[in-house]
Design a binder for this molecule. Sequence first.
Ligand code: XIL
Length: 365
Amino acid sequence: MLDLSDAACVRKPRGRRLTRRAFLGAGAAALALQPAHGQIVPRGIPFGAAIQTDFFDDAAYRQAFIDECDIVLPMNEFKFGLVQWERGKFDFTNADRLVDFAQQHGKTVRGQPFVWHLTNGPWLETIDNEREATAVLTEHIERTADRFKGRITDWDVVNEVITHDPLESPSAPLRDTFWLRTLGPRYIPLAFRVAADADPTAKLVINDYDLEFVGESYNARRDIMLSIVRQLQDAHLRVDAVGFQAHLYAHQKIDVEATARFKEELRRLGVGIIVTELDVIDFQIQGGPEAQDEAAQVVVSDFLDAVLPGAPPLAVITWGITDRHSWVDGAMPHADGLPSRPLPLDANDRPKDWYLKMRSRLSAS
Ligand code: XIL
């Protein structure tokens, strides 16, 4: 049984509803005036993409974000090990560059993530006691949140806490990580409590992958997520939204009904959803670029059928903007050695059909 109990949690009333305007805060007014495709967009679901300072020298890359996005998300610049490669030496150089770029161009910025099991400095896992791990987690969240207070609309507080396949490890719904081993499940409420105190105006998100497909292990992942959210609320902690990473496997089926039900359960708890890392993983799609893009169109469209009806997602964000720069080829290379086609713009920065269709649906929602 999953138990996140944390004796230190403060009691507060539960069940606050979250509107999109409240979520975006002051940024919402600016968003309404934000040009996308050269037009005024008075309504609709905001669109954003993860950006990397590594490629800032590439003018076309920067311009794509300026032209396409309402929101930018630092792909790596806020990750634990990039901010704190050496223990206690906080380096915000790249995070600052990125947030400055966003602000100069009138974009809002969301933050990702305070707590994850990857991209941590090697020093972290040498810690072997609860007291030190608590102090490190607390200081990291407090200093990072504090530096960007008022400039970040929302934070992924914890990322990928659910075990990869819960059916393989039913006794351990949570992922086996440094944080779980050192602090137990209470690291999750701890992170939410520290984040809420550090920046009371930023919205707080719990982010994970594989929340939208057909299959028993995906049903189990949705159930575990609901259980975590309920337990955080029972501990009177604020959870504003569940983040669907939406790394969409083009060879898998979206469970439109189960995903919509999951979203409705969350809505009843007063919790929204946000799409945080959408891209298409097409390593099993044979037949070349056209077949890859057709498969992408199906999986993205089915996913939108699941998440758009009813209360709109707070935003839809893709994990990069152009196929020239994506993690997919490195992490899940195509079976035939073809370049993958995961993102809104192709390698020549031409928009894919699925992206244009998605933007129309976001504008109309
Ligand atoms: C990946 C980035 O794309 C890479 O550049 C980095 O080296 C590792 O992290 N799920 C997540 C993201 O939550 O943070 C990951 O991003 C992709 C999978």
